[in-house]
Write a protein that binds this ligand. Structure first.
Ligand SMILES: Nc1ncnc2c1ncn2[C@@H]1O[C@H](COP(=O)(O)OP(=O)(O)O)[C@@H](O)[C@H]1O
Ligand SMILES: [Mg+2]
Length: 211
């Protein structure tokens, strides 16, 4: 029997925190191994645009634009019926009750945050909705630069929010170059991006099962 779909959503009210970058790279990593769907629920459609620009000969996650509750519900139902092993949901930058239902549908919620004061200011709103959902959840440290002071300060700060740090993505030009070109970081010549994304993908699976 085929295993059920694992639904992983990437959620934060902060625009630019790295939701789409993380959703796209996780979906891309898993799609190389197993049927994976990427649901783009953000009306801005950045993930959908990524897929449109992606060279057709490269293996890709099935990517569906589904802004609005009705479209997202339909896409999620179909992805489950068709037994996609992983369903990654890229969310818009809101933390409102309107998207709380999507958190309920998830097996794991990832909250990306950059280690900067600006990102932390509005984090509580995001975390409150995550806690209200009572779902498994954790932070992804994004655009991480280990040499900066903030890198040392962020761990105890995040610990206060009562959620683990599941994984890290470094600050890499390859991610920002790859996204508008329809590529992943490793496909624009940064092999360390591949290593890092694979490590993240494994940690996310472990968190989905363990937390
Ligand atoms: N780890 C990273 N390293 C370098 N650039 C990044 C990284 N994560 C995101 N970016 C860039 O920051 C911008 C916002 O990222 P994005 O993933 O679109 O955020 P969100 O979906 O949360 O609004 C994009 O230009 C993206 O390429
Ligand atoms: Mg986005």
């Amino acid at each position: 029997m085929t295993a059920e779909s694992s639904v992983v959503c990437v959620f934060s009210n902060k625009g630019g925190s790295g939701k789409t970058t993380i959703a796209v790279h996780l979906a891309l990593a898993w799609s190389q191994l197993t049927p994976t769907a990427l649901l783009d629920t953000d009306p801005q459609g950045t993930a959908t645009e990524w897929l449109k620009r992606r060279p057709a000969d490269l293996k890709s996650p099935v990517t569906v634009a589904c802004p609005g509750r009705e479209a997202a519900e339909r896409a999620l139902r179909l992805a489950r019926e068709e037994r996609y092993r992983f369903v990654v949901i890229d969310l818009p930058p809101h933390a409102t009750a309107q998207i709380a239902w999507l958190l309920q549908e998830s097996d794991l919620i990832l909250v990306p945050t950059r280690p900067t004061a600006a990102d932390l200011v509005t984090l509580q709103q995001t975390v409150d909705l995550v806690h209200a959902s009572k779902k498994r959840a954790g932070f992804i440290l994004n655009a991480f630069r280990p040499q900066l002071v903030e890198a040392r300060e962020i761990t105890p700060i995040l610990a206060k929010y009562g959620m683990p740090i599941i994984g890290v993505l470094g600050d890499r030009i390859a991610y920002s170059r790859g996204l508008p070109a329809g590529l992943g970081g490793h496909e624009v010549g940064d092999p360390s991006a591949d290593e890092e994304v694979m490590k993240l993908a494994k940690r996310v699976i472990k968190a989905r099962n363990d937390l």
